[in-house]
Design a protein around this ligand. Sequence first.
Ligand SMILES: [Zn+2]
Length: 409
Amino acid sequence: MESFQHSYDRPSLNGFETEERAYQIKERIFGSRTLSRLAELDPSRDADQINTLLQESIEDLFKKSSNDGVFNDRTLRTIAGLFDIQLTNSTDKLEVLEQIDEKLSDLLLWRSALERYNREHQERQLIFRSEIEPVLKDRVESMIGIQIDSGFLPISRERVSDLVARLEFNAVDLLNHPERAGRYRANTHEIDIVLDSSFPTANSWNPEDVEKLVEQYTHTYLHEIVHAISGHTILGVSEQDKLSSVVSSEEIGIHKNHVQKIGLLYMKGAPNNIAGYAGKEARFNWFNEAVTEYITRKVLSTDSAESPVYQSEVDFFELLKEKTGLTDELILQAYFEDYVPSEQTGDKVPCWNLLKKQIDESLGPDGLVKLDDALRGLKGPLLYMKGKNILNKTPTEISPLHALLSQQL
Ligand SMILES: [Zn+2]
């Protein structure tokens, strides 16, 4: 199998300085429905309606992004920072949105703001790589080691060290990844950690902040490392990428692997693309994230995370355990189970098969797959509510129920 080792610098703002990108950022802040309704209105005639719409959208944004009315939507904060717009508790919210809207529409201004952002992001990357990441890596590896020694994690220290040593880390910018804090990409064995405008630049860097920053990023970093050390089945370099590598391999020096299993997530057989393995082609993503986050919290020794990452998934996972009598031991064995595809004899993933069998016995024939059919693509409270509904009505046949629920939601 080819080596995972590679190194390249992804231009973080590639393609940002365009009208389309400015629109995408606006869409992220205002919501696509609001933007399309705004486009239909005539400012000279419908000023009142436009104001109401903007007012509603900022109220929405505040409701979604904060508990106490403070501006903590990271994208909004970052964009406001680009244009030196002050955000405080007493800021007139409507005025801020109007200012952002106006500035995003001025492409010259947008470009110069992005140039500054780009420079600052490079400074942040450098600080993260040299000052924060090495400390994080040591700390997280030793925390994982404790849970290996305690018998909770069915994986060896050697295997963890090996997998972590081969990881490539990228500190990526928030504007490229507004929806997440981190990401593990199995096909290239890379972890992206998202830095936002609160991360220090060369000017604001203070060595005394190391501990605070390490603490701030530990949860995300550990969650992604757990993905990276989970059981993998890699079927080699994907055919699609062998073809595309004619163009790109010299440039970026990597092949993308065709991954079939990561933790509890399964690809449906199609070669995975850059967009990743959590899209339409993947199964049991909710299950995989729930267990990843469950492990992360155990390793951190926190029951309820400070940031409620995948809280609904974890809650639903607890319900599923209750309902099916699944044990942590079996779940974790299945999560860390991998096999060498060339050794295709016997039962290739015995723990996974046992896990599936036990769930099916509780939920009815093909219960786990039907549950996945009903929950795929859902996130957060919606996933929890729908999943809870299904569990409460089993073990009767769940397929008519899931069809009904799919229509309702
Ligand atoms: Zn995850």
